[in-house]
Write a protein that binds this ligand. Structure first.
Ligand code: SF4
Length: 377
């Protein structure tokens, strides 16, 4: 079951989350005045990075936990505590870990039935997978030990590996929130149940237009929208969280299209929407893809309105990385997240071509490369 909390429930859970945060802060620093000041600082940074007066306005309950932002694990949980402890240690200047790495995007397979116009993995795809399940597990174990709180399994199409996913995540799903980044392919009711039983928290489904034919053209597959919408229904029935993800191209971006898309996501019962700016990578390399200034302003206005205006309380929460990037910089390169490709090489993000290093050394337990990654961007 997953439900959206009503106003009263939201206030109650928000108060409990705040109380928990304050008590975590007081464990780091016993001076309440300093705690107050530092929490204000953290809040100002969030306001600047995400949008003004960010607060928690929409909360979803799923499998006995509460979710309010896409890259914040469900509360209460070990994963949530890990993430917020790192944030607090950073703001109090007492960080013990080598980095603020909080989540990884891990491409586990080169196989995919689609040919999307924007595919950033294109050059590495359609050859046999190089990494064995053992190797994939080793990398996951390595990042689990390193303290990440969220892992996004991508590809290619990760659902082509549905039979291996339970084995991959079985050792760590209680400490880490796992999400699947899918096109909707192979997310049948049985397979959704399989990943749910394995411990997956939620699924991103890529839909690149609210008009089915435009999405299908973008994905170069006449059945893609059908797969995606049936997958969304199956995810809903299983009670997993759902995020619709869109590459917001210059052909797509207009205020009308953004709201039509959000309306579709609301109808599909998605809790989240992820908006991605088009990037010069993979099949989009050297293409004329940049958004105009007017389009950027339209997306930012939409992003602020849907997340903060009370009229949109029952609409999905939107994550728009481009907004944060233009204000406080990129979170990739190990600052908050990393991308590991299907060869096991690490990149700052799925769109940065340069390889930073191997996913982990031969000795998986060896202390890592975080400090170098922090300056690699
Ligand atoms: S973008 Fe994703 S779904 Fe599309 S071809 Fe690339 S890997 Fe496959």
């Amino acid at each position: 079951m997953r439900t959206r909390l009503n106003r009263l429930q939201t206030e109650w859970i928000r108060a409990r989350i705040s109380f928990h945060l304050i008590s975590m802060a007081l464990k780091i620093c016993s001076n309440p005045f300093r705690v107050f000041k530092k929490l204000q600082q953290l809040r100002s940074w969030y306001d600047l990075t995400f949008y003004e007066n960010i607060g928690i306005r929409k909360i979803y309950r799923s499998q006995d936990r509460y979710f309010f932002r896409l890259h914040v694990p469900g509360w209460p949980s070990e994963a949530y505590k890990k993430l917020m402890r790192a944030e607090l240690e950073e703001v109090f200047g007492v960080r013990h870990r080598g980095s603020m790495l909080q989540f990884i995007i891990f491409a586990i397979t080169k196989q995919c039935p689609l040919r999307c116009m924007h595919c950033s993995e294109w050059d590495r795809m359609r050859t046999p997978n190089e990494m064995s399940v053992e190797r994939l597990k080793g990398i996951l174990q390595y990042y689990q030990d390193s303290g990440v709180s969220q892992i996004l399994l991508s590809g290619g199409e990760p659902m082509t590996m549905v039979d291996q996913i339970p084995e991959l995540i079985s050792d760590s799903h209680e400490k880490i929130d796992y999400w699947i980044l899918s096109s909707g392919y192979n997310l049948t009711p049985e397979n959704v149940e399989k990943i749910k039983t394995a411990g997956v928290t939620g699924v991103f489904i890529s839909i690149d237009h609210w008009l089915p034919e435009k999405h299908n053209t973008f994905r170069d597959n006449g059945r893609s929208f059908k797969w995606a919408s049936e997958a969304a229904e199956n995810v809903k029935k299983a009670g997993l969280l759902l995020c619709l993800s869109i590459c917001a191209t210059k052909e797509f971006v207009s205020t009308e299209n953004l709201w039509q898309y959000a309306g579709m996501a609301k109808q599909m019962n998605a809790q989240f929407i992820q908006l991605l700016d088009p990037k010069q990578a993979g099949r989009f390399k050297q293409r004329d893809i940049d958004l105009s200034q007017q389009q950027i302003e339209e997306i930012e206005q939409f992003y602020r309105d849907i997340n903060s205006k009370s009229a949109y309380r029952d609409w999905p929460v939107v994550l728009y990385g481009g907004y944060s990037m233009r204000r406080t910089g990129c979170f990739g390169g190990g600052k908050r997240f990393l991308f590991i490709d299907t060869n096991g090489d690490v990149h700052s993000c799925p769109f940065c071509e340069s390889t930073t290093c191997e996913a982990c050394t031969k000795d998986i337990k060896k202390p890592a490369f975080y400090s170098t990654l922090q300056i690699s961007q």
